[in-house]
Design a protein around this ligand. Structure first.
Ligand code: SF4
Length: 199
């Protein structure tokens, strides 16, 4: 899943690695006190497709990796159903540290942390970004964003094509909505010029 490179891959790797080291030492907000691990994000630095969630949960906080708990396992099943692998895409969150008890991110936490994600987006330069859930949608598109109304529609953010869909945690609680998310992923595959795998 490669595309023409804006930067030499070595430079991209080096930049992301340096950024990761900077993020792991971050104390810009109080979440640095309660976190066990910073969850920087991971995947292909040349990914054409990026998935962005809200914040790490307990499993992610303990392992330092994004989307490794139950929600993450569902996201991996979605990615595999698309005919892709985890290492083909890039996965990150808006907040790099877990909010206590998985509460919603606070505005000042997002304000402090979002520059890291924007740097990751700029360096990886994906063709499509899938944002997962309401909080990510509000962060990208403002307080009037409604996931139920705007999911499945391509929007634009800083010149990038962005498709909002349900967060896997929502899908675990509302399995009927999985079909809608799969419809959204088929749109993503079409935009990337990839065929929809037969089940
Ligand atoms: S959540 Fe973001 S801004 Fe806050 S300490 Fe962690 S990395 Fe820094």
């Amino acid at each position: 899943m490669k595309k023409d490179k804006v930067l030499l891959p070595k430079n991209k790797d080096v930049y992301l690695s340096m950024l990761g080291k900077k993020i792991t030492k971050c104390k810009r907000c109080a979440l640095n006190i309660t976190r066990n691990n910073v969850v920087v994000g991971e995947g292909d630095p040349d990914a054409r497709l990026m998935f962005i969630g809200e914040a790490p949960g307990a499993d992610e906080d303990s392992q330092g990796k994004p989307f490794v708990g139950k929600s993450g396992q569902l996201l991996m099943r979605i990615i595999e159903a698309m005919g892709l692998k985890r290492q083909d895409v890039y996965i990150a969150n808006i907040l790099k540290c877990r909010p206590p008890k998985n509460r919603d991110p606070l505005p000042h936490e997002v304000e402090n942390c979002i520059p890291y994600l924007l740097m990751q987006i700029d360096v990886i330069d994906p063709e499509i970004i899938v944002i997962l859930g309401r909080t990510a949608g509000i962060t990208f598109f403002g307080k009037d964003f409604a996931i139920t109304k705007q999911r499945g529609n391509f929007l634009e953010f800083r010149g990038k094509r962005v498709l909002p869909t349900f967060h896997p945690a929502y899908l675990l609680m509302n399995p009927k909505a999985k079909k809608l998310t799969w419809d959204d992923m088929k749109k993503v595959l079409k935009e990337l010029g990839l065929s929809v795998p037969k089940k």
